[in-house]
Write a protein that binds this ligand. Structure first.
Ligand SMILES: Nc1ncnc2c1ncn2[C@@H]1O[C@H](COP(=O)(O)OP(=O)(O)OP(=O)(O)O)[C@@H](O)[C@H]1O
Length: 205
């Protein structure tokens, strides 16, 4: 099933940020969102993931199919790495966390409390959770923040394997992951109203 985004207008704080965004994400494909800071990539990802409603337009093929990863949100600090993954797997009706531990090189850290992990290790745990959701569409907001070069490569491998297994990925990232991916620059979709408000503010500076 494709993820189909049609003529989407997305807003933050009631103000339109991007408008007229349309794309189709097919099985096995990756789409990378590009655009400067504040362009609206996070807002678009949150809307596609169903965390906020669209102002205009539709998202179809998303229901119960999306796994969303932003920052280290939802990691239980007092649980171990393996317990965090097991808890997450339970929520999604899955059980085997070993492939996720291995893919993100978390085996040696499996019994460590998540609260004692470094920023990059926490990020690896956050990304490993994607693998235990069993969900086909990964929606990723700046997934490589805090990751070292080796961990970025692990992450790229995990995405590649996910795509090869028929999954898909929609992500905002400023770095090149070496994946075959389409790129959508959101800049031309900047909402006219949002531009007008910025101009208005500038007149007072
Ligand atoms: N809670 C909020 N209320 C109102 N406006 C917000 C809120 N959060 C973000 N914004 C504004 O919405 C616009 C889009 O922000 P968004 O986080 O989607 O951009 P982004 O492209 O993801 O940026 P970055 O590359 O810096 O992460 C920005 O102008 C931002 O200042």
């Amino acid at each position: 099933m494709d993820l189909i985004v049609s003529d989407l207008t997305v807003a933050r704080g009631g103000v339109p940020v991007l408008e007229g965004v349309s794309f189709v994400l097919t099985s096995g494909a990756a789409l990378v969102l590009r655009g400067p800071n504040g362009a609206g990539k996070t807002t678009l990802l949150r809307t596609v993931a169903g965390l906020q409603p669209p102002m205009v337009g539709t998202v179809s093929g998303a229901e119960d199919r999306i796994a969303y990863a932003a920052h280290a949100d939802g990691i239980k600090q007092v649980l171990t790495v393996a317990e965090n993954l097991s808890l997450w797997a339970d929520v999604f009706g899955q059980s085997d966390v070993e492939p996720a531990l291995a893919a993100f090189n978390l085996g040696d850290l499996r019994d460590r409390a998540a609260g004692s992990l470094s920023a990059g290790q926490k990020r690896r745990l956050g990304l490993a959770r994607l693998m235990v959701t069993g969900r086909p569409v990964w929606v990723l907001d700046e997934p490589t923040v805090s990751l070292d070069v080796a961990s970025v490569a692990l992450f790229a491998d995990a995405v590649r394997a996910h795509l090869a297994a028929g999954g898909s990925a929609l992500m905002a990232t400023h770095i090149d992951l070496g994946l075959e991916a389409e790129v959508l620059d959101v800049t031309p979709h900047k909402a006219v109203l949002s531009t007008a408000i910025e101009d208005f503010d500038e007149a007072f500076l």
